[in-house]
Design a protein around this ligand. Structure first.
Ligand SMILES: [Ca+2]
Length: 410
């Protein structure tokens, strides 16, 4: 199986679905893309910045990852007070999850302190939030990759966009545009209700100003919102399939099963989801691994469009599909009942007068066209779940083999 090497950065707020997104970022691969996860940063969101950081360290420890990936970012939104989401993710952000270390365990401590060196010896239990060090590290990483002629980094963001917005605002001109190819985020809701207000989705609601900065930046932004994440439900059948992979030689499957079981109960209680919880954040990483899973069947009149249709699979009998579309997306930042809403201009009612036809704009590749006022985001609208879950189980098996190989060598 061949695939393009792809450098990733994951900014997250674990969070049950973040934990699954992290699994895919670490162990996922497709026939198209072999990702390398270069770093993980934590942000406030599903719980306090303290707890999301500790949770990221606990998950990295559970996945048997060599310490050195984790950075602690912002604890608070750019302009607002922090919120937490105990109702969905439990008291500490990973409620009900079994088999994880605590913040004082050696393995978790090593994950938390790997980038801070001797500070750990001063007796601090958990490092302080340090978004400036995170941004400095990212800028240096991007500069180094640009200088060495390495491929661009893809940033995947599965929490509030505070850290990403800080990077975009503080990095020297050109570094992000040269060093990052796209920002793929879980957030927003395209044409469907929100989940934390009638209109707004949580990640955008928590820091709408940061979201506006990201959606206004002249770089491709891909939005995996509730409209698509609610199409990918982790059903009882999938849960049974996961449990069937149980091995007595490691506890990883138990941990993953407990993540999905708690999330299923939360979604049943809070939102009445009877068929299973949506795996939200997982989809953002899945898009990077295989964008063709997010192609839609072409409508008859779209078969002749050369700008956006392609056949998936390569055979002559393949169904023509169209890649996800770009739309103008406005982030509502005014206080009021619509704050945090992602307004998607599906019918080009806001299109600037210079953009005469959708095809012309779709083919437009200038950086400026991604700014606010242009068609500034690719909005995911379809997902082929029959291809999505094999990606998940493949990553689970790789993770399980990795954890077992470490156990065997200890
Ligand atoms: Ca998240």
């Amino acid at each position: 199986m061949t695939g393009e090497e792809k450098a990733l950065w994951l900014d997250c707020d674990p969070g049950h679905d973040d934990a699954i997104a992290l699994l895919l970022a670490l162990f996922g691969r497709s026939s198209l893309v072999h990702p390398t996860l270069l770093g993980v940063s934590s942000v406030h969101g599903n719980n306090t910045g303290h707890n999301t950081f500790v949770n990221a360290a606990r998950m990295l420890d559970a996945y048997g990852v060599e310490p050195g990936l984790l950075w602690r970012g912002a604890d608070v939104p750019l302009m607002r007070d922090a919120k937490i989401d105990e109702g969905i993710h439990g008291d500490d952000g990973l409620g009900g999850v079994t088999g994880l270390g605590t913040q004082t365990d050696e393995g978790v401590q090593r994950q938390m302190y790997a980038n801070l060196g001797p500070v750990a010896e001063k007796g601090q239990v958990v490092p302080e939030p340090d978004p400036l060090s995170l941004v400095s590290h990212l800028v240096e990483l991007l500069k180094r990759r640009i200088r060495d002629g390495q491929g661009p980094l893809t940033i995947v963001a599965t929490g509030p966009l505070t850290n990403v917005a800080l990077l975009l605002k503080l990095a020297p001109p050109g570094v992000v545009q040269q060093g990052v190819d796209q920002i793929v985020l879980m957030g927003g809701a395209a044409g469907v209700p929100g989940n934390r207000t009638p209109l707004a989705e949580w990640n955008i609601l928590v820091d709408p100003e940061a979201a506006r900065i990201v959606f206004s930046y002249p770089l491709p932004t891909v939005m995996a919102g509730l409209n698509i994440t609610h199409q990918a439900l982790f059903t009882d059948t999938l849960h049974s399939q996961l449990v069937s992979l149980y091995s007595s030689s490691d506890s990883l499957i138990d941990t993953l099963a407990s993540i999905m079981a708690f999330f299923a109960a939360s979604y049943a209680d809070t939102f009445g989801f009877a068929q299973g919880p949506p795996v939200h954040d997982f989809l953002a990483v899945a898009y990077v691994l295989d964008p063709t899973m997010f192609y839609a069947h072409a409508k008859p009149h779209q078969h002749t469009s050369s700008s956006s249709s392609s056949s998936v699979g390569g055979g002559s009998g393949d169904v023509a599909r169209v890649s996800p579309k770009r739309y103008r997306v406005h982030i509502e930042t005014n206080d009021g009942k619509a704050c945090g809403t992602t307004i998607v201009d599906f019918y080009d009612q806001w299109a600037p007068p210079t953009e005469s036809s959708p095809d012309q704009v779709d083919s437009e590749e200038t950086a400026a066209s991604w700014r606010e006022g242009g068609r500034n985001a690719i909005v995911l609208e379809h997902v082929d779940t029959e291809r999505l879950w094999p990606l998940f189980f493949d990553a689970v098996k790789r993770a399980q083999a990795h954890v077992q190989s470490q156990t065997n060598t200890q």
